[in-house]
Ligand binder design. Structure first.
Ligand code: ZN
Length: 361
């Protein structure tokens, strides 16, 4: 049984915080950096260079690595750092505590701070492609078998490509711009000549929405978009795939998701699946679609929206609030209506895209 990313983070943070990790030499400095990096509520951007330092410490230049996606020297370095070899006899000692430290280092070795001058930053977790789970559950069963542990740790080919990372970041930057535009529109709803309220009505007015309901919609949207803005603005957002989904149809057909209920992440995590990068599979495409997905998911995690009604929760199914399915002011509970409203406020929708989204199927 796996767990969410926040749990994996917590395990890694405990392991990196354990007082039997080296304190001297280059590794000692790296460990200190990593401790600063991992705050209780997420990665700290001012200590992001800890990740670069860690990679420099464990990486081992090797030509074979480039062809095979494996690097044996790196596995040795991680195990050495985790204290897997006796100080006197240099013999391998495995066990759960060692495996947890190795897992933590492995997780961080594949964690990236994606930043660009003048833009907000985020964190991308890119666990090796061959893994079917987070490092800790992946390595736990192998904790006492040196060769197997090394084999898993030597896997360096990552899940997300560099263009994947760039696209996720572009999506987040766009999402923030959209949300800022949405907040400007909401700030003038009711005081301008009606253009702002027309946008609110287009995506949220149901046939039984009253003037009072509309005022409440504007308040709810303002509060909600402020929360989404804070998540995009805080340099704490984490994007990762969900390794147990790899190779399944969920991975292929899902764009992204967030956990709710008992599995809800304590950190700001959005899970990105292969559908995120697909071209031409949704109403919007490219950057607009990436931004739309991120706003949609953050409305779930930050505001508690739903995918409702079931058969008309996504734009490709039609999300026209004027349809009876949305009666009872239900459009405000649907994530996709939030995302399309933000896109529309930012003038990111073409005529065709807008009418497709409003066309009920
Ligand atoms: Zn959703």
């Amino acid at each position: 049984m796996s767990h969410n990313f926040s749990k994996e983070y917590e395990l890694a943070r405990d392991a990196i915080g354990s007082n039997d990790l080296p304190t001297a030499g280059d590794l000692g400095q790296v460990v200190t950096k990593l401790r600063d990096l991992m705050a209780a509520d997420g990665f700290v951007d001012t200590s992001a260079d800890g990740l670069t330092r860690l990679r420099k410490h464990v990486k081992n230049f090797s030509l074979t690595k480039m062809f095979t996606g494996k690097n044996a020297g790196e596995a040795d370095n991680i195990l050495l750092a985790a204290g897997a070899f006796g100080a006197d006899d240099k013999k391998f000692t495995g066990g759960e505590a060692i495996a947890l430290k190795a897992s933590a280092l492995k997780l961080l070795r594949h964690t990236y701070f994606v930043a660009k001058t003048g833009a907000k930053s985020l964190w991308v977790i890119s666990v090796p492609k061959s893994y079917k789970d987070w490092p800790s559950p992946e390595l736990k069963p192998l904790a006492s078998v040196e060769l197997s542990l090394k084999a898993r740790l030597s896997e360096v080919r990552e899940y997300f490509s560099s263009s994947n990372k760039k696209h996720m970041h572009e999506g987040a930057i766009f999402a923030l711009a959209w949300v800022q535009k949405a907040l400007i529109v909401l700030g003038t709803a009711g005081t301008d000549k009606g253009e702002s309220m027309a946008l609110v009505k287009r995506w949220f007015e149901t046939s039984d929405t009253t003037e009072a309901d509309l005022a409440k919609v504007v308040t709810d949207l303002t509060d909600g978009f402020k929360k989404i803005q804070a998540a995009l603005n805080g340099n704490r957002l984490i994007l990762t795939d969900y390794p147990p989904d790899r190779g399944t149809s969920d991975e292929k057909n899902t764009e992204a998701f967030v956990w709710n209920g008992a599995w809800k992440d304590s950190l700001k995590v959005v899970y990105i699946e292969q559908g995120f990068f697909a071209r031409g599979a949704n109403v919007l495409s490219g950057r607009d679609n990436w931004a739309r997905i991120i706003v949609h998911e953050l409305s779930h995690s930050e505001v508690g929206t739903d995918d409702y009604p079931r058969d008309n929760s996504y734009a490709w199914q039609g999300i026209n609030p004027a349809h009876a399915k949305f009666n009872g002011n239900k459009a405000i509970t649907n994530a996709e209506n939030w995302a399309y409203f933000a896109a529309d406020c930012a003038a990111a929708l073409s005529e065709g895209e807008r009418s497709t989204a409003l066309q009920m199927t």
